[in-house]
Design a protein around this ligand. Sequence first.
Ligand code: DER
Length: 235
Amino acid sequence: LTQDDLKKIAAYKAVENVKSGMVVGLGTGSTAKHAVDRIAQLMRQGKLKDIIGIPTSRKTHEQAVSLGIPLSDLDSHPVVDLAIDGADEVDPGLNLVKGRGGSLLREKMVESASKKFIVIVDESKLVKYVGGSGLAMPVEVIPFCWNHSLKRLVSLFADAGCVGELRKCVETGKAFVTDNGNYIIDLYFEKDMGDLNKASDLILRLPGIVEHGMFLGLATSLIVAGVEGITVKTK
Ligand code: DER
């Protein structure tokens, strides 16, 4: 079983929760891609009808259009029945790190408007604490004085051994620009940052910060696909 097989297994399991007539938040990333494919497949088979998709990125919007999934947005559907999305990290309390694909802002807007939010991951995403993978915890910032924002963010978490860097496009070497025209500062932590809600408040209080990639208390259930099988954890 490859990692992508596991992602597909988790995604297909999550889509069992999609019922005809639902407004469904469509996630972004390589795991969520399988869920979107599966929804379209069930629609083609006539097993799912009257689905309205709310995409969490331009990329997912394009995928859904190519698959013929009818789409809308939060202006027309301020409450979403079910969102299905991947994550970069999941801690034991179902807190997430998301956004390594750069879509965290629209993902968080959709997922915070959803009655149910199922996170789909392969087992490599499980961590003991948020930031524990040693990989990026993304923060979306306005481009204006991004380096100032970077320094203020890093100084907030100095005792967690935090460093930060502007996310760049591999091809161009230029700053990565999100769907919303903003930049991303990737933060890396050596140690646990402690109280996550406090950390979230500190980050969002800084002028120039748009949103961060910690999804606290948003997920309502978790589907993990591992080599030993699937586990489902519901809050
Ligand atoms: O960027 C994102 O938020 C993605 O959902 C990410 O968290 C998971 O991406 P993956 O399924 O490709 O690992």
